[in-house]
Design a protein around this ligand. Structure first.
Ligand SMILES: [Zn+2]
Length: 164
């Protein structure tokens, strides 16, 4: 897999969000001295978006490798909420006023889909790729719904019926 070149906006946002400290060990880092880690590894479908990137020191990044953190869902849900609240995640035109309050009500979970991650809560479902929120639906998928309606045929790995 090619090394990912982070754009400065994402790096700056993550640096400020983490308070200039390694997300994993808390070590203080200079702006240029830290790395960005895909919390859910790219190899497991983790996108290069601010809700899946954390600032960390090189040692922690190396040690973590391609491991999937046991609590990755809770972490990326929290980072997604934060990014929406901060206005750091581009939204579809006109969705800012509607999605932010919906997200504030809580993010209940996250599932991989073919192009990134799909977040959902009691009041919304948001499909996000590595750059932005691509689609939002209110309310979330109903029980028995197999896949997000806009997932390309055959491309989704999401199983919507696995819980309840
Ligand atoms: Zn560290």
């Amino acid at each position: 897999m090619r090394p990912y070149v982070f754009d400065k906006t994402k790096r700056r946002y993550c640096y400020l969000r983490e308070g200039g400290r390694c997300f994993y060990c808390g070590k203080p880092l200079s702006f240029g001295g830290g790395t960005l880690d895909h919390h859910l590894p790219r190899a497991r479908g983790g996108p290069s978006a601010v809700y899946n990137l954390v600032l960390c020191c090189r040692a922690c990044n190396r040690e973590k490798g391609d491991a999937v953190p046991p609590d990755w869902e809770g972490t990326v849900c929290a980072l997604f909420s934060r990014a929406v609240g901060d206005g750091a995640l581009p939204l579809p035109p006109g969705e800012g006023r509607r999605l932010s309050p919906a997200v504030a009500q809580g993010v209940a979970g996250v599932r991989p889909w073919s192009e990134g991650l799909c977040f959902f809560g009691p009041a919304f479902t948001a499909w996000c790729d590595g750059h932005r929120v691509t689609k939002v639906r209110y309310p979330p998928p109903r029980r028995g719904e197999k896949r997000p309606p806009d997932t390309p045929a055959g491309g989704g790995r999401t199983e919507w019926e696995e819980d309840n």
